[in-house]
Design a protein around this ligand. Structure first.
Ligand code: DAK
Length: 257
């Protein structure tokens, strides 16, 4: 049983994972990151899990790396940091991941939210990369993912000043797709999760893979990857079912084949 997370069994294909270290505003200790990586790997293997929603508390999604733990690491400790592997495992999750963010998403907390494919934020959410105030820089992909998500000027401003942005600004710059009342954030994320969970699983999986590639490759390569995935889906039972259901004016019954 994880000590720093609550993992609910999937409902209608959606599994809810809640970070639970209230005493430290969900600071991302090595233990918490390891348990999260483990929970996502379990969700990866379970066919009944189609989508994962990740959330924290009303006060904090996560207040960043555990600073008390970080203070004990020297250069060699940082070089051999076990958290690096946990972050890679989290980044490798292939099913859709939705972050429902309330309160603080700072440092590693903001970086964790950016590992999600879709971000839904409560009105009181605050996103920031305050590492500069500690004499360091983001270490879990923040410099790369933030720039890709919000563009150069906004990313530079956040990383160089350490100042956080609120939910409205986060939506304006494209970090977040929807804003809700704080008490509805998780429910809205679950609702979006259920919508996705009802789609053809292979199409969902390839759509995520191809969209993520768009951030890394040039247009011609990206279009080529899209084309290959599109052709691959033409051989699936779900594609035939989708087209048949449209003609027969009924909802499709997807089986993941
Ligand atoms: N770590 C540990 N404890 C934390 C914490 C953190 N990040 N943030 C808060 N806490 C603890 C506080 O110490 C306090 O505990 P007690 O003192 O009561 O025992 C409790 O949570 C409540 O916090 P506050 O009393 O400070 O609450 P406030 O409402 O007054 O302030 C706050 C909330 C979020 C503004 C404030 O707590 C704060 O500024 N927290 C620190 C934010 C921050 O600087 N985060 C870390 C950024 S650096 C890497 C991967 C990732 C990273 C680095 C490397 N590799 C894989 C190499 C990431 C780095 C970072 O995230």
């Amino acid at each position: 049983m994880p000590r720093t997370l609550n993992v609910l069994p999937p409902e209608k294909g959606v599994c809810l994972i809640t970070l639970q270290r209230p005493e430290a505003l969900n600071a991302l200790s090595t233990e918490l990151l390891g348990e999260l990586a483990q929970a996502l790997e379990t969700a990866e293997r379970e066919p009944e899990v189609r989508v994962v929603v990740l959330t924290g508390s009303r006060k904090a999604f996560a207040a960043g790396a555990d600073l008390k733990e970080m203070a004990e690491r020297d250069l060699i400790g940082t070089l051999e940091d076990p958290r690096v592997r946990h972050w890679q495992r989290i980044a490798g999750f292939s099913k859709p991941l939705i972050a429902a963010v309330n309160g603080f998403a700072l440092g590693g907390g903001c970086e964790l939210a950016m590992h999600a494919d879709i971000l839904i934020a409560g009105r009181d959410a605050r996103f920031g990369q305050p590492e500069i105030d500690l004499g360091i820089i983001p270490g879990a992909g923040g410099t790369q993912r933030l720039l890709r998500a919000v563009g150069k000027s906004q990313a530079m401003q956040m990383v160089l000043t350490g100042e956080a942005i609120d939910a409205r600004q986060a939506q304006r710059v494209g970090l977040v797709s929807e804003i809700t009342q704080p008490e509805l954030t998780v429910e809205r994320a679950l609702e979006i999760g259920r919508l996705i969970a009802a789609k053809a699983p292979l199409a969902v999986r390839l759509a995520k893979e191809v969209l993520l590639k768009a951030q890394d490759v040039d247009l011609a390569s990206g279009l080529n990857i899209e084309r290959q995935a599109f052709v691959m889906l033409a051989g699936t039972a779900d594609r035939n079912e989708g087209l048949r259901a449209f003609q027969e004016k009924r909802p499709p019954r997807f089986v993941g084949r």
